[in-house]
Design a protein around this ligand. Sequence first.
Ligand SMILES: Cc1ncc(COP(=O)(O)O)c(C=O)c1O
Length: 281
Amino acid sequence: MSYVLFNDQITKREHVNIDMEDRGYNFGDGIYEVIPIYEGNTFAMEEHLQRFLESASKLEIKLPYDKTVLEQQLNELKIKNKVINGIIYIQMTRGVSPRAHLYERNVEGLITGFCREMAFPTEQKLAGVSVLLTEDIRWLRCDIKSINLLGNIMAKRKATDNDCHEAIMHRNGILTEGSSSNLFIVKGKQLQTHPPTNLILNGITRQIVIKLAKENGFTVNEEAFSMQQLLEADEAFITSTTQEITPITKIIGDINATFPVGTITKELQHAFKAFIDKETK
Ligand SMILES: Cc1ncc(COP(=O)(O)O)c(C=O)c1O
């Protein structure tokens, strides 16, 4: 991680100097994105940057420069760090101002970013993972990719403490999503996942999986589902940029269930891999 993005400059990490009254530091007042890199090429950069702009606009955080410059800088960051398979992380806080709850609208956002190698989880994609089902304690604007992730990180800790890979969450028995992933169930030839409302992050992987599923002859029902429906599902999986499509084989916590690594999940994994190969060649 030798070169990083600091505002509009690519610089060495040791040259980054952030004020202690940055609102990201004081309030978790900021947004982020994670963009994957496959074989030296970014994947779905446009979609990620679009969501970044949408998060910024929902929180009235002012971009210090435009999207084309940002895209150029992120590509430059990738090249300078010589990353072949990995991720770009980019974050923008509301910037620096004397600590006060009230934010001013004239302050420019502060951008930082890094790029590093990351192994995509081959073993988990084949064998599946255990998840902990727990209450969703987050705020009501989960559609914003905010750096303020307390509800998510508490859930992740709880999952790990229970030997689970991920926490999946529910509000009063209605499933929402994972602590860092979206959730799908499969019943017959139909996929079901929570609609993209304020209660979930509309994952880029989620959107791609929905598109690929439809192209491959499955129906996709974007309607919230209950714990009972989860129990009755044939297959279940989570999706995210870093976990791609990962089968769920066991659920513990508020319900207990087991699932096979299902044939439809596997078919979607193949379609997803083929799509990445096509888009990044
Ligand atoms: C809460 C939450 N939901 C869903 C996702 C999946 O989003 P994406 O597919 O864009 O990585 C993430 C990714 O970090 C997340 O944090």
